[in-house]
Design a protein around this ligand. Structure first.
Ligand SMILES: CC(C)(COP(=O)(O)OP(=O)(O)OC[C@H]1O[C@@H](n2cnc3c(N)ncnc32)[C@H](O)[C@@H]1OP(=O)(O)O)[C@@H](O)C(=O)NCCC(=O)NCCSC(=O)Cc1ccccc1
Length: 163
């Protein structure tokens, strides 16, 4: 798979809780393209607990929301805001797992409303959490002018992010 280049990296004031590499309080997600899907491998830490050794449901929602935004950025080449999100917590996600795998893909586009589905799987490959997000997407002009979005691209080489 190919790493997705962060379209906002280096932009003054960019401090996204989900994906800004410089936000020390954030979750610093990184993303890859895998066919129709956007994928992220995320290392959980005890500081993100809800209950003992269990990843907080709100943090899970952050991860899922964020990957949906990146699926739109890469696959539809625009940005938007989350208008609705439904999250199903099927199994506990452990903060003791080495890494989690998140996947998202664009499912439907109706006018500017885009449905994206996403999931979190544990190290054993079990789907623990699923989300359906509705994004209110912007025109490319608005995305460029108001969200500093000038396109979302991948690096050239194929990489194996989990080595
Ligand atoms: C912009 C909008 C979502 C909607 O604008 P408004 O002026 O209120 O527009 P209006 O309500 O008039 O709707 C127009 C039409 O669309 C329809 N419709 C709308 N929604 C739905 C729906 N769910 N389902 C179905 N339909 C829906 C609606 O019925 C209407 O249809 P009509 O024309 O009557 O037939 C506004 O409520 C808002 O700003 N919310 C806060 C968003 C926010 O802050 N999110 C969190 C931050 S983002 C983040 O963190 C993630 C991120 C990470 C990284 C990077 C990027 C992002």
């Amino acid at each position: 798979m190919k790493k997705i280049i962060n379209p906002w990296k280096g932009i003054k004031g960019y401090f996204c809780f989900g994906c800004a590499p410089e936000n020390e309080a954030g979750v610093k997600m990184e993303f890859y393209e895998d066919g129709d899907e956007v994928v992220s491998f995320w290392h959980p830490e005890p500081k993100y607990q809800g209950w003992k050794d269990t990843l907080h449901g709100g943090i899970q929602a952050v991860l899922l929301d964020e990957i949906c935004a990146w699926a739109i950025a890469l696959k539809l080449q625009t940005t938007g805001v989350t208008s609705k999100m439904e999250t199903r917590y099927l199994k506990p996600v452990m903060t003791t797992d080495e890494y989690l795998v998140l996947r998202a893909s664009v499912k439907e586009q109706r006018r500017n409303l885009v449905t994206v589905t996403a999931s979190i799987s544990n190290r054993a490959g079990e789907v623990c959490t699923q989300a359906v997000c509705t994004y209110f997407t912007f025109s490319k002009e608005k995305a460029r002018e108001e969200m500093y979005f000038n396109g979302c691209f991948t690096e050239k080489e194929d990489v194996n992010p989990i080595g």
